[in-house]
Structures are given as structure tokens and as C-alpha cells.
Design a protein around this ligand. Structure first.
Ligand code: SAH
Length: 223
């Protein structure tokens, strides 16, 4: 296997990452920890070689199996929302690992990440990518993430990278006190990105952006 080019050159270089961070600042991302991690995480590594020169554009790009890598702004915004609770989240559940880029960003900012994906080849690809980056505080599961991961909860934060029509009750139940659920909700016409905060058994909802994610599908795919 070829050694991947972590630092990148040309359109995948450090300068291109700096430009991406400049755009994120203009778009309103304020958390320097998030910006710093995104400045130093090689997003091009998560894409097929034919697309890697577009890795730092602010768009979602195909990763196979009709799925997409989330656009940088959305990754930054969701990560910011995970961290905005005031103290460092110890346990974070991610639904929809995809290629693992969002996983990589979060894993560098929290204690432990649990990531669930229903398409096995994507999960394997993510596992390889995150291994290359030597990120070890991640556990993966091939399953339907709409059920959460009850054995590992409760979670300080849960983020979903795919949109259900309604918030799954299991995810609300697996939130720790003061836990934060960041999830897009709605149909293919567009969705609202919600931040739901648990206070005892009450849940406070806030809309943080208008977004367009792939649908959260039930069941798991074997191949
Ligand atoms: N953050 C990821 C986003 C991938 S797209 C990235 O940047 O690569 C959303 C992912 O959610 C897809 O990989 C899709 O297979 C997955 N997904 C959809 N429904 C799911 C479900 N019920 N359980 C787990 N994963 C799901």
C-alpha cells in the first residue's frame, strides 16, 4: 500500500487548509479549538484520489454508496455545538461515520467517540483513514444508528450526520444530564439542524441552521 500524503501538495496543501479556515471564520465559526483542528486535519485523505483536489472546497462530495462527506462549514458548526456546553465532553456518539472526517475532527477534541455506520464498506474505509491519523479514542459499530448505542451511553453529546423525519426517542434517552443532541430533522427538500439539550427529563430545542443531509435510513447493509 502506498503511504498517503498527509501534508498534501498543491490543492491539498497546508495553504489550502489555511484558506478553508479563513472562509470558516467569515462564515461565523468562532471556536479556535475547532478551527485549529480543521487547519491540521488532512481532509483530502478521506476522499478518493480523483476528488482529493476538491477536498477543501466548501461543498459535500461523493464518498461512494450514494453518500457524501459533510461540507467543512457543517462539520465546523456541528463540532462547535458539541463543545459549546462549557466543559469537555467525555463521551460522544456519532451516527453516520461515512468516510470518518467528522469523526477525526471530534475525536481530537473530546474524550472518547463511539461511531455507528450502517454501510459496512464505509465503516471499514473510515477505520483505515482514522488508523492512518493514529486516532485511537474511537470505537466503531456496524448497525442502525437510529437506535443509538445504549451499552455505551449515556453520552455528553450525540451528533447525527443523516436526517430522520423525527428525532428518534432512543437518542433522547441516551443523552446524559445536560447532554446535547445535534441532529438534522426533515425530508429531502431540506432540514433544520436542531440542538436539543437535556435538562433532567426536559428537552430544549433550538434551530441552529438550515441544512441538507442524506436521509437516516433504518436497518443495516451487510455489504
Ligand atoms: N460525517 C460523514 C457523513 C457521511 S453521510 C462524513 O463526513 O463522511 C451520512 C452517513 O450516515 C452515511 O455514511 C450513511 O450510510 C449513514 N447513515 C444513514 N442512516 C444511518 C443509520 N440509520 N445508522 C447509521 N448510519 C447511517
Amino acid at each position: 500500500m502506498n503511504t498517503p500524503n498527509l501534508a498534501g501538495i498543491g490543492m491539498t496543501s497546508q495553504r489550502t487548509r489555511e484558506r478553508m479556515v479563513g472562509r470558516l471564520l467569515e462564515q461565523g465559526i468562532k471556536d479556535w479549538a475547532v478551527l485549529d483542528i480543521m487547519r491540521n486535519t488532512p481532509r483530502h485523505l478521506f476522499l478518493d484520489e480523483a476528488l482529493s483536489h476538491r477536498a477543501y472546497e466548501d461543498v459535500a462530495l461523493p464518498i461512494g454508496y450514494s453518500q457524501t462527506i459533510s461540507q467543512p462549514y457543517v462539520v465546523a458548526r456541528m463540532t462547535e455545538a458539541v463543545l459549546a456546553g462549557g466543559h469537555k465532553p467525555e463521551k460522544v456518539l456519532e451516527i453516520g461515520t461515512g468516510c470518518g472526517y467528522q469523526t477525526a475532527v471530534i475525536a481530537q477534541l473530546v474524550g472518547q467517540v463511539y461511531s455507528v455506520e450502517r454501510i459496512r464498506p464505509l465503516l471499514e474505509k473510515a477505520r483505515r483513514n482514522l488508523g492512518v491519523l493514529k486516532l485511537r479514542n474511537i470505537e466503531f459499530k456496524h448497525a442502525d444508528g437510529s437506535l443509538g448505542w445504549a451499552d455505551k451511553g449515556p453520552f455528553d453529546a450525540i451528533i447525527a450526520a443523516a436526517a430522520p423525519q423525527q428525532v428518534p426517542a432512543e437518542l433522547l434517552e441516551q443523552l446524559a444530564p445536560d447532554g446535547r443532541l445535534i441532529i438534522p430533522v426533515g425530508g429531502s427538500q431540506g432540514q433544520e439542524l436542531l440542538l436539543i439539550t437535556r435538562r433532567a427529563d426536559e428537552y430544549h430545542r433550538q434551530v441552529i441552521a438550515q441544512v441538507k443531509f442524506v436521509p437516516l435510513l433504518s436497518g443495516q447493509l451487510v455489504s
